[in-house]
Design a protein around this ligand. Structure first.
Ligand SMILES: Cc1cc2nc3c(=O)[nH]c(=O)nc-3n(C[C@H](O)[C@H](O)[C@H](O)COP(=O)(O)OP(=O)(O)OC[C@H]3O[C@@H](n4cnc5c(N)ncnc54)[C@H](O)[C@@H]3O)c2cc1C
Length: 384
């Protein structure tokens, strides 16, 4: 490896919401930070771009320039059997395109002194004493701490020694659908979730400024022909007069790694750690949240690796990890017991939709006993 020309306290690999948010916080505290991003920014990211209020309300600066539409109302459907609608006086979901949204956070971070090396792919790591040499396709960089914010595939986690992947990864498709102006007007006022739009999963239609981000997520790997199911879903939505469709697919890690989030000065955040919600697969807000937690741990402990590690784990264990553990249990039941779940939904659907809206708003978390309380409800239904 050639001698590094650039030296930083913290090198963050990935400019998504987790990495960019951590960088912003670190730079504000005066910690020298570089973001290394393999794509040239702004870059397209496969994502529905539905940013829920629990994430928006915690943003440290105004992101309205990147918001294309906001919805104070959401619609949840169960085929033609059930339609539930919830309303709040704050935007439940803000629609963003990730190229604009992510680069807005990066731009803010740069204002505070973060160095951005985009179009720069990390290809290898080499530990030298208590520092790393990071080899990229352009230059090599020296850093004391590496943050792997490099998303679902996280090559950096593999380079740093996470040999097996303990996260549950689910396939998801995202189609950017462009229609005629008349057709757009017909569907642009409702953000909808369709439970069972595909087996063991759901579909969404997220209206953007001038097109629809329509997708499906499947919570069981065994579901076949997901592309066909997504096409069927678009047909089911009654969207016609389509001018063009950009078809994308990716994976979402919906459970945290079970073999730790820190190894040899390398810290995992966001999708690299497996922090997307197990039920909704919503990952932007937890990506930002985890990026901020780690930045706080670094700032509070001033580059003392052992102290940072224990502070980060402590912070994760206060809310995020218990919440995700609870959500994972519920998700397994929700997507694995369709008939009984749908019976309950028809009876308690309204409560369910209000509850999930509260989670999106950040007014509720998944309680640790949610699985047990659902089971008690089922027993009551069966034996009463
Ligand atoms: C189809 C689909 C729909 C989704 N819809 C939603 C939604 O509506 N709302 C929601 O909240 N979440 C959604 N998600 C989840 C959300 O996209 C992720 O949880 C979120 O992007 C995680 O952010 P991150 O910062 O951890 O990683 P990412 O946003 O994935 O960013 C990782 C970055 O690392 C870079 N990188 C990777 N490897 C390297 C390397 N070797 N060197 C340098 N850079 C590298 C990548 O180019 C990328 O820019 C969806 C996901 C999918 C797949």
């Amino acid at each position: 490896m050639t001698e590094p020309s650039l030296e930083f306290d913290v090198a963050i690999v990935g400019s998504g919401p987790s990495g960019a948010s951590a960088a912003l916080k670190l730079a504000k505290a005066g910690i020298s930070t570089v973001i290394i991003e393999k794509e040239r920014l702004p870059r397209y990211k496969v994502c529905g771009g539905g940013f829920v209020y629990r994430g928006l309300k915690d943003m440290s600066f105004d992101v309205s320039n990147a918001i294309e539409k906001q919805f104070y109302n959401i619609d949840i459907y169960l085929g033609s059997k059930m339609h539930l609608s919830t309303t709040r006086d704050k935007p439940i979901i803000s629609m963003v395109m990730r190229d604009d949204f992510d680069s807005l956070i990066v731009t803010k971070a740069k204002e505070y002194g973060v160095t951005l090396l985009d179009n720069t792919k990390v290809v290898a790591l080499e530990k030298k004493g208590n520092q790393y040499l990071i080899a990229t396709n352009n230059n090599s960089i020296k850093a004391k701490i590496i943050i792997a914010a490099d998303g679902a595939y996280s090559p950096v986690a593999k380079m740093a020694g996470w040999k097996t992947d303990t996260r549950a990864l689910i396939p998801a498709l995202e189609y950017e659908v462009y229609v005629t102006p008349e057709e757009y007007i017909k569907h642009c006022n409702s953000v909808r979730f369709d439970i069972d739009a595909i087996p063991a999963g759901y579909g969404w239609n997220f209206p953007k400024k001038n097109h629809f981000s329509i997708g499906v997520g499947c919570f069981k790997k065994t579901t076949k022909n997901i592309k066909k199911l997504c096409e069927n879903y678009i047909e089911f939505l009654g969207i016609e007069n389509i001018k063009s469709i950009e078809r994308h697919g990716f994976q979402i890690p919906i459970s945290p790694r079970t073999d730790g989030f820190v190894k040899n000065n390398v810290f995992l955040i966001g999708d690299a750690a497996g922090f997307a919600d197990s039920i909704t697969a919503e990952g932007i807000s937890n990506a930002i949240y985890s990026g901020n937690l780690l930045a706080d741990a670094i700032i509070e402990n001033q580059i003392d690796i052992a102290l940072i590690e224990s502070a980060y784990l402590k912070k994760l264990n206060i809310k995020l990890l218990p919440e995700l553990a609870s959500a994972a249990k519920l998700s397994k039941w929700f997507y694995g017991n369709k008939s009984i779940r749908n019976l309950l939904l028809q009876k308690y659907g309204e409560r369910f939709s209000e509850y999930f809206t509260d989670i999106f708003m950040g007014d509720q978390t998944y309680p640790t006993n949610i699985y047990e309380s659902v089971m008690n409800k089922i027993k009551k239904e069966i034996f009463n």
